[in-house]
Design a binder for this molecule. Structure first.
Ligand SMILES: C[S@@+](CC[C@H](N)C(=O)[O-])C[C@H]1O[C@@H](n2cnc3c(N)ncnc32)[C@H](O)[C@@H]1O
Length: 285
């Protein structure tokens, strides 16, 4: 890590900082959702999805320039509402730092920054990702929005986070964990750097349970999204074929909640958004 970053992180107490147990866990208690933990075999669009570090980095590097545009277009802008809802459901409670892993172009970090300012909390926000092209766009966006002093981008792999244990009040990820080659190590790292009493939040795509939304979603994911995505981004790594494949193979509902418990998190709950197209998982450290 460059020295200036190290100085900054030391200043805000992330490196060699002390975890403080004085703040109680978050008080949000929503209902436990019930929907199938396994997808039907027909939902698994591909066979083995290559999530090697080099493939994933290259793929996001290729599409970085169009990532935000495609994201908002293909999700019809609902992704913004989901992130906003996520930060409201897992809000900052004090001025300890917040970590957004697999941050990409920083939309979740920016959503946390907006909420923290609204609540008059000066929380430092750290955004990590291993793809330099995505981080570069994130830095530009953050500079444009005047948040450069509050949001720090660091190039880091989620399975080796460069932070001491128990540093963050919230460790969050949106649409990123699915891409991490080793889900359990990613979750374990997120739990490790979260302070006792803090929260780990994961927002990820999921398979809706009910018709007709389930049928529409599968049709859109299989036929529309890969074609439109590939056509508009013309990337060599098939990023928009990978997207539905990776969603089809990623654990969801109770299956992911169980993995979070194994990673050392307690009171894990999940909340489907928009009929279950996306799901928010929240665990306490
Ligand atoms: C689909 S994007 C999500 C970006 C952002 N969180 C959002 O909500 O739009 C996934 C991001 O995860 C990053 N990523 C995937 N695996 C990673 C890993 N092991 N460590 C760090 N970043 C990773 C990719 O580089 C990419 O920027």
């Amino acid at each position: 890590m460059p020295f200036s970053r190290l100085v900054y992180l030391t200043r805000i107490g992330l490196v060699h900082g002390q975890a403080d147990d004085s703040v109680r866990p978050g008080s949000y208690h929503g209902g436990m959702a019930q929907f199938p933990t396994e997808l039907e075999p027909s939902d698994l669009i591909g066979c083995v999805v290559d999530k090697s570090r080099s493939r994933i980095r290259t793929m996001f590097g290729e599409i970085a320039g169009r990532y935000d545009f495609m994201n908002h277009l293909l999700a019809l802008n609902i992704d913004r509402l989901w992130r906003r809802r996520m930060v409201r459901m897992v809000p900052p409670r004090d001025e300890r730092p917040i970590l957004d892993v697999c941050s990409g172009t920083g939309d979740l970090a920016l959503a946390y920054d907006r909420l923290a300012r609204y609540r008059n909390l000066a929380c430092p926000i750290v955004a990590t990702d291993f793809c330099p092209e995505m981080l570069a766009i994130g830095r530009e966006k953050v500079a444009r929005s005047g948040a450069r002093d509050r949001i720090t981008f660091i190039e880091a792999d989620t399975i080796h986070l460069p932070f001491d244990d128990g540093q963050f009040q919230i460790v969050a990820v949106s649409f990123g964990l699915r891409n991490v080659a080793d889900t359990d190590r990613g979750l374990a790292e997120m739990a490790r750097v979260c302070r006792p009493g803090g929260q780990v939040a994961v927002l990820e795509f999921s398979m809706p349970r009910k018709q007709p939304i389930r049928g529409i979603y599968r049709w859109y994911f299989r036929h529309v999204l890969p074609r439109v995505g590939q056509w508009l981004t013309r990337n060599a790594t098939n990023a928009y074929v990978y997207l539905p494949e990776s969603v089809g193979q990623f654990p969801q509902a109770d299956a992911l909640a169980d993995r979070m418990r194994v990673a050392g998190l307690n009171a894990v709950r999940f909340y489907p958004f928009t009929g279950g197209i996306a799901t928010l998982y929240v665990g306490h450290r």
